[in-house]
Structure formats: C-alpha cells, structure tokens
Design a protein around this ligand. Sequence first.
Ligand SMILES: Nc1nc2c(c(=O)[nH]1)N[C@H]1C(S)=C(S)[C@@H](COP(=O)(O)O)O[C@H]1N2
Ligand SMILES: [Mo]
Length: 257
Amino acid sequence: MTDLKRRRFLISSALGVSALALSGCDRLEQSPEVGGVIRSAEKLTMSAQRLLLGRDALAREFAETDISPAFRVNGTSAPDGEAYAQLVEGNFANWRLKIDGLVDRPLELSLADLKKLPARTQITRHDCVEGWSAIAKWTGVPLGSLLAATGLKPSARFAVFHCADELEKTLDGSGRYYESIDLIDAFHPQTILAYRMNDQELSVGHGAPLRLRVERQLGYKQTKYIMHIEIVDSFAALWGGSGGFWEDRGYEWYAGI
Ligand SMILES: Nc1nc2c(c(=O)[nH]1)N[C@H]1C(S)=C(S)[C@@H](COP(=O)(O)O)O[C@H]1N2
Ligand SMILES: [Mo]
C-alpha cells in the first residue's frame, strides 16, 4: 500500500483513529470518570480537550532513560529538489526562516540566529496516527517568543507552517506539506521550533533544519523542513483549504491527544 492508501484506510476506520488518539492520553486515563466520558465520545475534539485539560495543560514529559532507542522517520525522509540539496550541502548556513503575514515586524532568521535565542528542551512522546509512538528529547526556540517579537496584528488567528517538501505530487499538484495551529497552541510553553533531537543536530530524516513540536497533538502536526511561517486569519485560501496536508486529505485539523 502506498502511504496515501494506507492513510485512507486508516481514515475510514474512525474508531481505530480515536482509539489510537486516546492511547496517547495518560492524563485522562488516570481518571476513570473523565476517561469514561472521553472513551464514549467518538473523538477528542478541541473543545473537549481544552475543557477537560485546560488550554495551558502540559503534555507529559519523560526522563532521559525513557528515550526510545529508535525513532522512525516517517512521511518525507528528505525533500526533493536542488534548492534543498544545496541547503544541506551548505550545512543550512543559507537557510532562512521567514515569519510574515499578519504581523507588524516580519522576521527573517538564520539557524545561527535561532540558536542564540533562549531554548527549551523537553522529552516527549510522539504519537503517529498510523499507530506507532516514540519518545525523544527536543531542543528549540519557543514559538511564542518569536511570534511576540513580530507584533501580531489583532486579526491574527493561526500560524501556518510551509515546508520544503512535496509529499504527494500526483493528486492535483497540491502536494506541498503544510500545517497550521491556532495561537493558543502557538503560545503553549511546549510548542517549540526544534533544531536538536536527542542532543544531536536535527537530521534530514527528522526535518532539518527546523521542525515544529506541538506536543498535545498527533504526529502529522509536527511539521518538518519548515521554511516559512505565515500568520493568517483563515486558511481557507491555502491549498485544499482545510489547514494542512493531511487535513486536506480527510484528517482532523485539531489532532489532539
Ligand atoms: N514536512 C513534513 N512534515 C511532516 C511529515 C512530512 O511528510 N513532511 N510527516 C508527518 C508525520 S505523519 C509524522 S508521524 C512525523 C514524523 O516525524 P519523524 O520523521 O521525525 O518520525 O512528521 C510529520 N511532519
Ligand atoms: Mo504520522
């Protein structure tokens, strides 16, 4: 099965998806009362997650000894094309992260710029909707600190992450990987733009030079190969209009775990 066919199969099994999503939810499972309510629901929606856990609740963090010996590379393992190949060759010295859209002060930052900023390190579990999980240590810049520096306009609602890779070019040409989160998740303390994984430079397989960690959501929100962050008030006009590559192919936008 191709990746996409496998996904479609998974999508069609809504029960499978919600069971997997719930298996990532230790905090809820600890409470039989809350667990019962959630298990009886078909899916954990954004409002349910925020109501029960609070908008600032932290994802569980783990110990060094919990770090998985192996962490799968999933989806794109290296973006195609000469432009990305040249960035790799130059060790990403010529890569720039652009942050623009509904901001007063657009930013353009090199990897060296990002590494000078205060960093956060967290050991968390990644849960892919395909049914595998892995624990890793991530280091990067809190997204909220960058967004605060841009001066968000009052109309700002979502951060959109545009990536270097095209995962599926065949479907109508709209194969560019992208994702979006709202500003509550963007300013969550565990939402970071990671450039290190398990105390090493982020590898190409895992999204070099920069990937998102948004720890209360499923794997497909953990955008790799970030080139550009665009602040918008709606994602309706972007690609398929549903706010992300997999969302345009039937997945939920709010992929809470
Ligand atoms: N740019 C980009 N980001 C992506 C993907 C991708 O194909 N391209 N795959 C997503 C999915 S489905 C998962 S599970 C994780 C996998 O991250 P990993 O390769 O570090 O395991 O990245 C997510 N982010
Ligand atoms: Mo995934």
